[in-house]
Design a protein around this ligand. Sequence first.
Ligand SMILES: [Zn+2]
Length: 227
Amino acid sequence: MPEYKTQPLIANYVSGLLPEGERDRRVALTSFDSRADRAKIPAKDVVCYECGRRSRVPAAALSANCVHCHAHLRMTDIELKPNSSRLTVRTLGNVTVLQDANLSQLSIVCHDLLLIGRGSGSFKCSGTLKISSDSKIDGDVYAENLLVERGADVVFVRGVKTGSVEIFGRVSGRIESAGNVVLHRGAELCGNCYAPMLIVKAGASHRGGWQKISPAEVAPLIEEDLP
Ligand SMILES: [Zn+2]
């Protein structure tokens, strides 16, 4: 039986330190410019609905986690049907209340909210709140843009805070806007209006006061306002 002898491994470099050429080769193989690589994936900025801070996420993602508070962020679009039992919705996508719905006690945080059917409750939209139904909304409402369509009759029981307003239908309630409020032909607004500018076009009417305010004077809607 041949004698077994262990052979010491003799490396020609000091343990842990690779020769310069080999080190450069390995670094080139395993590293990439993360910024350049990330730029290839279409991304978008989202604002976390839990902490309000901004995260950058892949544009095609259906959900993500906030990099700040690690909250799970849903990004899908949601449709609320007439028989929907779901009242609380949190998404970075869009929400549609479908035709023939008459949902109350909603609590919705989303990007665009479209009320084709009737909806009432508290709404916070980082995009546009577009209303084409007769809705009496009894909660706190914040929308970056408010659009009330022709034929719609909307009551904001507790008023509405927005970044801009365009009204083609009828609106009752107090409006606080950081941007211009435009009443288009045929529009009716009944309620006090606080905005940098109120534009009442020919064929539109406004009953109530108007007070010129600067955008900074619109008090932000705090999260506690939502149930
Ligand atoms: Zn967050």
